[in-house]
Design a protein around this ligand. Structure first.
Ligand SMILES: Nc1ncnc2c1ncn2[C@@H]1O[C@H](COP(=O)(O)OP(=O)(O)OP(=O)(O)O)[C@@H](O)[C@H]1O
Ligand SMILES: [Mg+2]
Length: 304
């Protein structure tokens, strides 16, 4: 449904995208993740036909984005990072304007259905100038979906939302999947990716560093980690010593919590515990966990 090959984008002398390749199948929910400034919005603007690539190929639906005259030819729904609306119009009027512009007639039923789908039914007649950021984001989602597009591109759809709003957005994305839509969304909230995505693309400084089904990414990277809190926080010397122990592949010391990635849960766990006992270091907590998408993301963007 979306095929991006060797996509480059230069802003004057700044090389923002350095050969992005991306594959999104029909009906897939694709999570696009990367640090601030890594190139997510730049890529999504190109997918939406709003910005021209410097080189490379980008097929969205059946269309080559370099060969269209107007973004509307792509027939996609797009939520920009920071949606803007005429402040004097109501939410209903904005959707009505979009519907009428395309079909020359209004469709109250569809507009009300969309407003209720995004949870804005009670604010339908209020001026958008008085909307909170989260309300604007919900309206942005409604405007992206009003024409019932097959492909939906959402740039951080849940960034301005409270926890309830975020879970609403996840529900909307799940609804879209059930309708058979193809969804690409960017986010910093990795637990959201873990909840709804089929596939994940990780971008770092304009390059796609990993792209695979979420289940594969987790299966390949899932490793046991011991989180250890000592009575006296570990210093650099102790952290380095633990790194040298057999079976330990990584050690991090964040907020006085030592996180040791191990190879063999039982043997290495005993070895760690033994080391602290030998050194007469009092342990406050010693817990085993599996790494999550957050850990995997940090490993991938930092080159493992
Ligand atoms: N119009 C522009 N002119 C110059 N540089 C730009 C322009 N748009 C984006 N950039 C640069 O391209 C890089 C990628 O920006 P982009 O907005 O795509 O990042 P992002 O991954 O969406 O980040 P965030 O998570 O903060 O939204 C940044 O270094 C940014 O400064
Ligand atoms: Mg962005």
């Amino acid at each position: 449904m979306i095929q991006v090959t060797e996509l480059h984008k230069k802003f004057k002398t700044f090389h923002a995208l350095k050969g992005i390749t991306m594959h999104v199948k029909k009906g897939e929910i694709y999570g696009f993740i990367g640090k601030n400034g890594s190139g997510k919005s730049t890529t999504m603007n190109i997918l939406a036909g709003l910005s021209h690539p410097s080189s490379g190929k980008c097929i969205v639906g059946e269309k080559d984005v370099s060969k269209i005259d107007h973004p509307s030819e792509l027939n996609i729904g797009y939520l920009p990072e920071d949606p803007k609306f005429y402040p004097w119009m109501s939410a209903f009027e904005i959707l009505d304007y979009l519907v009428s512009a395309k079909s020359n007639r209004t469709n109250k039923g569809r507009i009300n259905e969309m407003l209720s789908w995004v949870g804005l039914e009670d604010a339908a007649q209020r001026h958008v100038g008085g909307f909170s950021r989260g309300m604007k984001q919900r309206l942005g989602i409604a405007t992206a979906l009003i024409h019932n597009p097959e492909i939906v591109i959402l740039d951080e759809p849940s960034s301005a939302l409270d926890p309830e709003g975020r879970s609403d957005v996840l529900r909307l994305i799940t609804d879209l999947k059930q309708m058979g839509k193809t969804v690409v969304f960017s986010t910093h909230i990795l637990s959201d990716v873990q909840k709804v995505c089929d596939k994940v693309g990780i971008i770092a400084t304009g390059r796609m560093i990993t792209e695979k089904p979420l289940s594969e990414l987790i299966k390949e990277n899932i490793v046991p980690i011991y989180d250890i809190k000592l009575k006296l926080p570990a210093d650099t010397e102790l952290t380095e010593k633990i790194k040298e122990l057999e079976g330990i592949t990584r050690v991090e010391n964040i907020n006085d919590m030592l996180s040791a990635t191990v190879t063999d849960t039982d043997k290495d766990g005993v070895r760690l515990m033994q080391y602290f006992t030998d050194q007469k270091l009092a342990i406050r907590s010693f817990e085993l966990r599996k790494n999550n998408l957050e850990d995997i993301f940090i490993q991938e963007v930092n080159g493992k």
